[in-house]
Design a protein around this ligand. Structure first.
Ligand code: HEM
Ligand code: HEM
Length: 196
């Protein structure tokens, strides 16, 4: 343990926080992220059922939510990196390893998904739609075959995120209903009130 961590821990304990509960910002960002991921998955897999004006609006909603999702992931990563915001694991051994591995993999896939979304949209020389406005391209144009390939990766990584997130949610429910521990409750909005 470094001196900094000791100081953080001491400060937190002095403030009545033992570092085993997520704070309000972390909890809000987690559920906002989850909501946007499910919404974007649903939009992308249903917009083909609709005709032109509706389909276009769904694609724009997907992009707008995508920008918000990118901001939420970056905010979460910065927040958990700032001193004093680390949460200790409630698990031990291989379960701790599996849970940490899943969380890091989710972050990695989410970042890749966002980067690919921006890359193939901007790579086509088109702005990223954002609630009626557009964020102009910040990269140069790409050849069409490369864009198509990146779009395919975006689709597959989207599936990866959904499958992993569902397994992750099942694990959380197993903790809550079978093991009856605090893993799920410390991520629920009520935990933020307890900590405040
Ligand atoms: C697409 C949906 C989801 C994504 C991308 C996601 C992602 C994540 C990530 C990255 C973490 C680690 C947080 C951190 O410490 O920085 C986490 C924690 C957590 N998530 Fe999710 N999550 C999703 C949905 C859900 C759902 C539906 C549930 C509950 C049924 C859930 C329950 C939890 C719990 C309980 C934790 C804390 C785990 C612990 O304390 O070790 N998540 N989630
Ligand atoms: C986990 C969340 C996400 C999932 C599951 C997802 C999934 C998908 C899927 C399946 C497609 C259709 C691909 C195709 O037709 O070949 C798509 C298109 C697209 N996605 Fe995502 N995506 C997500 C997040 C994002 C993010 C963060 C961005 C960036 C801001 C983004 C930007 C785009 C763009 C620009 C398109 C093309 C829209 C169009 O047809 O004009 N997506 N996405």
């Amino acid at each position: 343990m470094t001196d900094k961590t000791n100081f953080d821990t001491a400060t937190r304990i002095a403030a009545g926080d033992d570092g085993t509960t997520y704070d309000g910002v972390a909890i809000a960002l987690h559920w906002f992220t989850a909501l946007l991921v499910f919404a974007n998955f649903a939009l992308a897999h249903t917009w083909d059922w609709f005709a032109k004006p509706t389909k276009g609006l769904m694609e724009q909603a997907h992009m707008s939510f995508g920008v918000l999702l990118t901001a939420a992931i970056l905010a979460r990563l910065i927040w958990r990196w700032l001193p004093g915001h680390q949460v200790s694991s409630l698990e031990a051994g291989w379960v701790k390893l599996a849970s940490k591995g899943t969380h890091y993999l989710l972050y990695l896939l989410l970042i890749a998904e966002a980067a690919l979304g921006f890359a193939f949209r901007w790579g086509a020389g088109r702005p990223m739609a954002f609630f009626g406005t557009g964020i102009p391209p910040m990269i140069g144009e790409m050849a069409r075959p490369l864009r198509r390939e990146l779009r395919e990766y975006h689709e597959w990584i989207g599936w990866g995120i959904i499958v992993l997130a569902l397994l992750h949610a099942l694990a959380a429910l197993y903790h809550h209903y079978v093991l009856r521990d605090r893993v799920l409750t410390r991520m629920l909005p009520s935990a933020a009130n307890e900590r405040a």
